[in-house]
Design a binder for this molecule. Structure first.
Ligand code: SF4
Ligand code: SF4
Length: 679
């Protein structure tokens, strides 16, 4: 006999279950339209694989899973996809979400199903894949993908496989009725699950307020290793952690999973879905839903297709809207108010509760907390609900997390017990939502930061590569210019070239004279040249200022006079030195030549520039064209030579490029000349 344990806290709200189990499960039939949300489970939404207008068969895949924690969606009946769009879904916030809308053709025609009756001959991984492909998600409320829960790591030994038949929430009887009517399918499902996780024991946990179910399960489990464990009724015994504690005495650690303590827990409805997926090859397209409350004339359980609207089922149960105060999806403790009766049922919808106004009256206004401690006394998760309330109200989320906010199973026992009618669970839900949002924001911001840094690194890398290419090109150009200069083709500044040539000539001259004398003569000559250049510049500025009538013309005139005097002094010093050093006179340039070769070259270049400035634009364009044509002729000849001599390919390519460029320049120069002539 199994030892039954107890968990901390819990409450005993009125059960109100008897109303909906007076009749057998009714088939709700096929509505004209089914609305299938792409996300009916925990994890990533499914991705449509059909388009609007597609005809589909019952059981056909409509949307595929998009990740490990995701489940597909299948057609609950045959028909045509009439829309893929956002529709209102069953959610406390009343928001819309992407849905596939299916118009029924009334035929309810199945696609071919691939059954695996002898599942023990099939590899476990293949079976898990079959469960995943059938879209099975936890049907007890949370909707966690069943295949993910069953994919236990090999190093984790499972001692106990638990099937949850507790259904502790008031009003709901969906599990109760399937345990009464489909006990053998549950036992078959339990054995398939056991084949997958290889536990030491299989236990179905059930409260003692369901005698018919207990009897049915016991009968079905005869001659099987499945044990039926019955325990006293107390809310919320059906919480996964609470049930594990009741049946094993073990507690799942905070933030941990049942598998961490060697337990796997599945809902009895999920066990049937697994059984149908394997033995019959059928995907999860329908479920049993309790429709109850004093605002329906015939409370009962329906086998309803996923996607059926709540209003359709309410109608079938004799809905009396005038009596109804609000519609609840789920039970009175953990359910939520639905803003619109036309929202569809999903894989996790176990109950539609339509209470009359007197049945579940709105709670009176909340009063201040009187620190009675009742909430902590009833909390099955051994939390401190009063503190959590303060933290949630004050938006001190970090402290709320430190007080294990996420261990709260939102059972509502604290709210139920609170004499001040404080809606505690609503505060916890809001706080959790905010914390989750903050985590997601932080994650997004971290992603953005990483993306930004990666983009910066890429830009820097590209810039470095460009810089390396630029440097290589510059080096190549310098090398090319040097070679061109050596070959007499250099196109450098004529003044600079003249200075360089003169410097070289002067150096040669000085090298031929005495070192000391050459040095003094050089100094004096340099002084004369430098001052003369200054005088030219100053004179030019003065002339320009005079022409413009500028105010500072007098100051410029003074500068010209001073520089003239300096030049005279420098020339005199040079003359005196030459007189005193007749030996050096033979080295002096002839009277026809300027005193300094550099100066001569500069004067020559400046004269050329002045001459150039004096020419008309047409003459300049003509001259430019001639020069370019001459360079082109030379380059073409050089290219021909190179080809004839069969020189290296890179040389020929370089020459071809030069010729090409010069041809373009010649063409541009011709066009320019033509323009000037036209003008
Ligand atoms: S039960 Fe309500 S009043 Fe009592 S301590 Fe908790 S929150 Fe405060
Ligand atoms: S709702 Fe959370 S805090 Fe309140 S009793 Fe349940 S588990 Fe404890």
């Amino acid at each position: 006999m199994r030892k039954i344990h107890d968990f901390h806290g819990g409450v005993h709200p009125p059960e109100n279950k008897h109303q909906s189990v007076r009749t057998a499960i009714a088939n709700a039939g096929v509505p004209e339209e089914l609305v299938l949300p792409l996300s009916q489970h925990i994890g990533a939404a499914a991705q449509p694989v059909v388009g609007v207008g597609d005809k589909v068969l019952k059981g056909q895949l409509l949307a595929a899973a998009t990740g490990f924690v995701s489940v597909p969606v299948h057609a609950p009946t045959s028909g045509t996809v009439s829309a893929i769009e956002d529709r209102l879904i069953a959610h406390p916030s009343g928001h819309s979400a992407p849905c596939i809308v299916l118009a029924s053709d009334g035929m309810d025609q199945w696609q071919d199903c691939v059954a695996t009756a002898d599942y023990r001959s099939v590899d476990r991984v293949a079976l898990l894949d079959q469960i995943r492909s059938a879209g099975v998600a936890g049907m007890g409320g949370a909707g966690f993908p069943t295949a993910v829960k069953l994919a236990v790591k090999p190093e984790k030994h499972i001692q106990t496989l638990i099937l949850n038949g507790t259904e502790c929430e008031p009003y709901i009887t969906a599990d109760d009725i399937i345990m009464r009517e489909r006990a053998s399918r549950i036992i078959e499902g339990a054995q398939i699950l056991a084949y997958l996780v290889e536990p030491d024991e299989i236990v179905i946990g059930i409260e003692d307020n369901k005698p018919e179910s207990i009897a049915a399960l016991q009968a079905a489990a005869q001659d099987t290793p499945v044990e039926i464990a019955v325990f006293p009724t107390k809310y919320p015994s059906g919480g996964e952690k609470q049930l594990i504690e009741i049946l094993t005495g073990k507690q799942v650690p905070s933030g941990g999973l049942p598998a961490d303590i060697g337990v796997v827990c599945q809902n009895v409805g999920s066990a049937i879905a697994v059984r149908d997926a394997i033995i019959e090859g059928k995907p999860l397209i329908s479920r049993v839903v309790t429709v109850t409350g004093d605002a329906v004339a015939e409370p009962q359980n329906f086998e309803a297709l996923i996607g059926t609207s709540m209003s359709y089922l309410l109608q079938k149960a004799g809905y009396q809207p005038e009596k109804n105060q609000r519609l609840i999806m789920g039970g009175p403790m953990m359910g939520f108010t639905v803003p619109d009766p036309n929202v569809p049922i999903v894989k996790t919808t176990n109950c539609i509760l339509a209470p009359a106004a007197t049945e579940l009256p709105a709670p009176p206004p909340a009063q201040p907390c009187i620190r009675c401690g009742m909430c902590a006394e009833v909390c099955p998760a051994s939390l401190l609900p009063q503190q959590l309330f303060w933290f949630a109200q004050g938006k001190e989320f970090e402290k709320a997390e430190q007080h294990n906010l996420f261990d709260c199973i939102e059972c509502g026992a604290c709210s139920y017990a609170c004499p001040s009618n404080i809606p505690l669970v609503q505060y916890y839900r809001a706080a959790k939502a905010e914390v989750i949002q903050m985590r997601e924001d932080a994650e997004k911001s971290e992603h953005s930061r990483l993306r930004f840094e990666a983009r910066q690194a890429r830009k820097e890398r590209e810039e470095a590569e460009k810089e390396a290419k630029r440097a290589a090109r510059k080096k190549a150009a310098q090398e090319k210019a040097r070679l061109a200069a050596e070959q007499g083709e250099a196109g450098e500044d004529p003044i600079q070239a003249a200075i360089e040539r003169a410097k070289a000539k002067k150096a040669a001259q000085v090298a031929g004279s005495g070192a000391e004398g050459g040095s003094e003569l050089e100094k004096l000559e340099k002084a004369v040249v430098t001052i003369r250049k200054r005088l030219e510049t100053a004179s030019a500025k003065f002339e320009a200022a005079k022409a413009e009538g500028a105010e500072h013309v007098d100051a410029l005139k003074l500068g010209v006079d001073k520089t003239s005097a300096k030049l005279a002094a420098a020339e005199k010093a040079l003359h005196d030195w030459q007189q005193a050093n007749p030996a050096a006179n033979s080295e002096l340039p002839s009277a026809a030549e300027p005193a300094d070769a550099a100066q001569a070259a500069i004067q020559k270049a400046m004269a050329a520039r002045a001459q150039d400035a004096a020419r008309s634009p047409q003459e300049k364009a003509q001259d430019n064209l001639q020069k370019l044509e001459s360079r082109l002729t030379k380059s073409e000849a050089r290219l021909q030579q190179s080809r004839a001599a069969n020189e290296e390919e890179k040389i020929i390519i370089a020459l071809e490029s030069t010729v090409e460029r010069l041809r373009e320049k010649v063409a541009a120069a011709k066009a320019e000349l033509q323009d000037k002539e036209t003008c």
